[in-house]
Design a protein around this ligand. Structure first.
Ligand code: SF4
Length: 440
């Protein structure tokens, strides 16, 4: 690429969904001849894709904007925090432009305004790899199937930032997946705000892919993705009865036996106060039924501890649920009163010391469960996807582990392996989070 190409620095904060947005913006800019550079000093302008989910994320976003202004000076802000333009402008009045989540066009237009594209750029010269620009390593990729959400969980402001559910046409999603696989991706991570709701807005309309009719629905999407010969991992699924239909696909090895299913709590009263989707479903029975169909299924979940009005007895219900459900992977957060969330006003906030004490008890319980479950894997053979090779050996993940949020398996000495390679290993040791093994 020529030294005179306009150069953009890009900072992407937040969840996998925000990462997908960043990838789209970058792909567009690269197509137009912009160069993406890794330092503030090399960049003519910096785009910051922000996260505004909890207060800590907002603070991180504001810090990142501040740093970019200090180091570069020309800063365009987009993403979830962009929905609250006045909060950003209050702290950083000099930002050039602010746009909200998925406002791809506005971000790109703002870049055009402050850093015009090169006039002699020839879009026919292939500046962009066929799979677009990926911020994740080449061998795995997030696949976003919808935007927005039809639920109104009382602790969450995402629907007010991102709007109601809009599913992508199933043919587009599958075309993108196919392009990614052709470009070398070995694992597709399906993301959205509510994956089980895919297609509800389109009344499960029948779309087309490779000349075949395919319904815009999670089960049919999973069947088609499962035919591509790569790992397919489902994130953000709710325990609706309809989820039962993807479990046989997991048992047959078509998609990974893995469900990321954010339960958030176990007390029926708290779930109702949270207005959680599928709050009335019999979760424990459902988990048992899934395990009887697919005994190897890995269940990951997240929980909120110290929700406004949560009593000690309700918190104890949550601990009892952990004991019974024996989930494989769990993340937990103390409730954080995000500005604009309905839950802040429905009951008194739980004092921070009580929240922290409950969080510690919760994590202690889950650590015991997780340690026991991982120890049970010692001696078993597992499939591993290699993520990186370091001086001591190769680091990978098993089918039970999503990147960044779950554990890893360390294969000491296996320095001859390559990222993106599948290998078989025997588990030799485990702690509460990770595994150690050797190649078969
Ligand atoms: S399901 Fe609830 S928590 Fe998730 S995005 Fe929708 S409203 Fe927010």
């Amino acid at each position: 690429m020529s030294a005179t190409n306009p150069k953009v620095g890009f900072i992407s904060l937040g969840c996998p969904k925000a990462l997908v947005d960043s990838e789209r913006i970058l792909t567009q800019l690269r197509t137009e001849g912009y160069e993406v550079v890794p330092t503030y000093q090399d960049a003519d302008l910096v785009v910051v894709n922000t996260c505004g989910f909890i207060d800590a994320a907002k603070a991180e976003s504001l810090d990142a904007i501040g740093e970019a202004i200090k180091e570069n000076g020309k800063v365009i802000v987009t993403g979830c925090m962009g929905g609250k333009e006045e909060d950003i402008r209050k702290v950083h009045p000099s930002v050039l432009s602010v746009s909200g989540p998925q406002q791809y066009e506005q971000v790109v237009n703002a870049v055009h305004e402050y850093l015009p594209p090169k006039q002699d750029h020839n879009p026919f010269i292939d500046l962009v790899p066929p799979q677009g620009i990926k911020l994740t390593p080449r061998h795995y990729s997030y696949l976003k199937i919808s935007e927005g959400c039809n639920h109104r969980c009382t602790f969450c402001i995402i629907p007010s930032l991102r709007g109601d559910l809009v599913s992508r046409p199933v043919g587009d999603v599958l075309d993108e997946a196919e392009r990614l696989v052709k470009a070398g991706v070995k694992e597709l991570l399906v993301v959205s705000q509510d994956t089980s709701a895919y297609g509800v807005d389109l009344k499960y309309r029948t779309g087309f892919w490779q000349g075949r009719p395919v319904k815009t629905r999670m089960t049919e999407l999973c069947e088609a993705l499962g035919s591509m010969g790569v790992w397919v991992r489902l994130h953000y699924v709710y325990p609706y009865p309809s989820v039962d239909s993807v479990i046989p696909l997991m048992a047959e090895g078509k998609i990974l036996p893995y469900l990321d299913i954010p339960f958030q709590h176990a007390s029926p009263r708290v779930l109702k106060a949270m207005k959680r989707p599928a709050a009335a479903e019999k979760t424990l029975e459902r988990i048992q039924a899934w395990r009887s169909i697919c005994p190897d299924i890995t269940l990951r979940s997240t929980f909120i501890v110290g929700f406004p009005g949560e009593t000690e007895a309700e918190f104890q219900e949550l601990l009892d649920f952990l004991d019974e459900a024996q989930l494989d992977r769990v993340g937990a957060f103390a409730y954080s009163p995000v500005e604009g969330a309905v839950a802040n006003d429905i009951a008194p906030l739980i004092p921070e010391e009580v929240q922290q004490e409950r969080l510690a008890r919760f994590m202690e319980k889950q650590a015991e469960i997780s340690t026991r479950k991982l120890a049970a894997k010692i001696g078993r053979e597992v499939d591993v996807l290699i993520d990186e090779v370091v001086e001591e050996g190769a680091v990978g993940r098993t089918k039970a582990d999503a990147p960044d949020i779950d554990g890893q398996i360390f294969l000491d000495g296996a320095t001859h392996l390559q990222p993106g390679q599948f290998v078989k290993a025997v588990v030799e040791d485990a702690d509460e989070h990770d595994l150690w093994g050797s190649l078969r």
